[in-house]
Design a protein around this ligand. Structure first.
Ligand code: TXA
Ligand code: MG
Length: 358
């Protein structure tokens, strides 16, 4: 079982020996290992049960240190770093030969990020190699924002979890691909893409969810449907009307009471978890549950009572984890469609049974 502690020395000792260690970043906890050692990278893929086709991103402490591992860096990359780094931004750039193919699933590019969390920076400054660090969760599942989340999913597979407190952003980094002629938004994240466009006066392309690898299309995990998924199905809704429709549909799926007496296996009503953006569960929903007696409400998580998008982002993954315990189904209200709301909704869509709308 992993030990949890605050020792930079213990963390860096494991890293130097080629073992993965969970480290705090401002976005989510990362499962870090030496990005230049294939044996260390294999241990990340194994611990996360992550398919090898999903490339890892590289963490370094400064722009200067990135210059060793990336090449053909466009002017825009420096502008973005100047404005947003250290911080929740990952830039995809052509990679140098110093990074092994395994890291990037054979792609000629790699994602580079300078995290802002002081503990992550302390670790990076104490070693002389870059860290590959995907989010420290099992592949496809909800990302971790506390050490307890990491312990829960990866505790049996890694030696050490470095404690840096709960993550302040709570959503993964925004990924911008600068390896082609036009900048491409690969993932909405901790810095709203809208703000980046406005502040730097650029336009980001938003392509279909796939990128080209040699002759074939390989999906990027952050862009796979059914990513960030809790253990139970999640359904997104926009407004109270949609919510009522969903509850009615659930009610109509209730087994015919006669079926029970006809000797069919007994079924119980689904227990619902509600993920609300701002407000408490509306009275009409509670009434609907009471009237129909068909769905029982187990738990409600409110992301931000005051409607603050930053607070909502910070609470999102922990709320999803808390609802997956003891609920059969999660109904999730979407956030407003601007700023960090875009990244929140992106994670909700991907966690939902339908996946992201195309
Ligand atoms: O905030 C974050 O970015 C966190 C913290 C730990 O830094 N890390 C993180 O890593 O979210 P991960 O592996 O969970 O997500 C990185 C995403 C993956 O979806 C991967 O497919 C994509 O980045 N990616 C990595 N390299 C890429 C590349 N060369 N081209 C396109 N996408 C890439
Ligand atoms: Mg991830």
């Amino acid at each position: 079982m992993a030990s949890v502690g605050k020792s930079i020395e213990q963390a860096t000792n494991w890293l130097r020996e080629g073992y993965p260690v969970a480290i705090p970043t401002e976005t989510v906890y990362g499962l870090a290992a030496n990005a230049c050692r294939e044996d260390a990278l294999i241990r990340i893929f194994e611990a996360k049960k992550r398919p090898l086709f999903d490339p890892l991103i590289v963490h370094l402490p400064t722009v200067n240190s990135i210059l060793t591992y990336a090449k053909d860096i466009p002017r825009l990359a420096f502008d973005l770093w100047e404005r947003y780094s250290p911080g929740p931004l990952t830039l995809v750039l052509p990679k140098s030969d110093k990074l092994p193919d395994l890291l990037c699933s054979g792609l000629p590019t790699a994602g580079f990020r300078i995290p802002a969390h002081p503990v992550a920076l302390q670790v990076l400054n104490a070693i002389d190699f870059p860290l590959a660090a995907p989010s420290a969760n099992l592949f496809g599942r909800v990302s971790p924002t506390t050490t307890a989340h990491v312990l829960d999913q990866l505790g049996d597979h890694i030696p050490y979890i470095l404690d840096g407190g709960p993550c302040s952003v709570g959503l993964e980094s925004t990924i911008i691909d600068l390896s082609g002629p036009e900048p491409i938004l690969r993932r909405e994240g901790g810095i709203p893409s809208q703000s980046i466009e406005e502040e730097l006066k650029i336009t980001l392309q938003r392509p279909v969810h796939a990128y080209r690898l040699h002759d074939g299309f390989v999906p990027s995990a952050g862009t796979l449907d059914n990513h960030y998924a809790p253990k139970v199905p999640l359904i997104c809704y926009h407004n109270n009307e949609e919510l009522s429709n969903i509850v009615s549909r659930l009610s109509s799926m209730h087994p015919d009471p006669n079926a029970r007496t006809a000797g069919k296996p007994p079924m119980r009503d689904p227990t619902l978890g509600m993920l609300r953006f701002q407000s408490d569960t509306p009275d009409h929903f509670r009434k609907l549950c009471e009237e129909t007696k068909l769905v029982s409400l187990r738990n409600i998580e409110i992301l931000s009572p005051s409607g603050d998008l930053k607070e909502a982002a910070r609470n999102l993954f922990a709320a999803m984890r808390s609802l997956e315990v003891g609920c059969d189904l999660i109904l999730a209200e979407q956030a407003p469609e601007h700023g960090l709301g875009m990244a929140i909704n992106d994670r909700l869509w991907r966690a939902s049974v339908k996946g992201a709308p195309r």
